[in-house]
Design a protein around this ligand. Structure first.
Ligand SMILES: C[S@@+](CC[C@H](N)C(=O)[O-])C[C@H]1O[C@@H](n2cnc3c(N)ncnc32)[C@H](O)[C@@H]1O
Length: 194
């Protein structure tokens, strides 16, 4: 997606409700604590998580999105412009890692290591939520997108102890109003409690 389109995306999603997958994942997060929001975009989820009492570390590789972060005056909020492929993940820090519609943009050769880093950055019993695209997604052949068969997705999430995979296929407009066929794997994955 071009830079121009990302700024349109930011406008289109600013102020919208938090991701439904995030709401589902929060049922598995027992306590407040530190959350990592990867590919935070227009910060809809970061703002919601702050309001729930979490400390939020948000990251996005698109520099033009940082302007929204400056508007958030909250000591529990930190923001960094960074590509997740180069992020120095801390060990056992987050109760939740939220990655709404960002992993499809991570290069295929980097995703296995990124997911291992995500798993190791979670506290025992910590939760990851995010999506990958399946092979019937309309964007599967775009050069900046990666799509996967179900078996590969199960393999990628092997570092996690407990994985819930919810495959969905539907037609719906994108945030910017274009028609699209979506083939999405919604993932909620937990680390071991010990
Ligand atoms: C489809 S938007 C989703 C934004 C937000 N998570 C939401 O659900 O509203 C994808 C976001 O991921 C960011 N992004 C894409 N690839 C990334 C990467 N490798 N590292 C960090 N951010 C990335 C984009 O800049 C964009 O803000």
């Amino acid at each position: 997606m071009s830079k121009l389109n990302w700024s349109h995306y930011q406008e289109a999603t600013k102020g919208s409700a938090p991701a439904s997958l995030l709401m589902k994942a929060l049922q598995h997060v027992p306590q407040t604590g530190q959350v990592l929001d990867i590919g935070a975009g227009g910060l809809r989820d970061s703002r919601f998580l702050l309001a729930q009492g979490f400390e939020v570390y948000a990251m996005d590789r698109e520099p033009s999105f940082a302007n929204l972060a400056f508007e958030i005056k909250n000591d529990a909020f930190e923001y960094v412009v960074c590509n997740v492929e180069r992020f120095a993940f801390p060990k056992q820090r987050y109760v939740l890692v939220n990655a709404q519609y960002v992993l499809p943009y991570v290069r295929k050769e980097e995703l296995p290591r990124v997911l291992i880093d995500v798993e190791q950055s979670l506290v025992p019993g910590g939760v990851f939520c995010g999506q990958l695209f399946g092979l019937r997604d309309a964007w599967k052949d775009q050069p900046t997108i990666s799509a996967y068969p179900a078996a590969k997705i199960r393999e990628l999430f092997r570092p996690f102890e407990d994985v819930d995979i919810d495959e969905k296929e539907f037609d719906r407009e994108t945030a910017m109003g274009s028609p699209k066929h979506w083939h999405v794997y919604n993932m909620i994955a937990k680390t071991s409690t010990s």
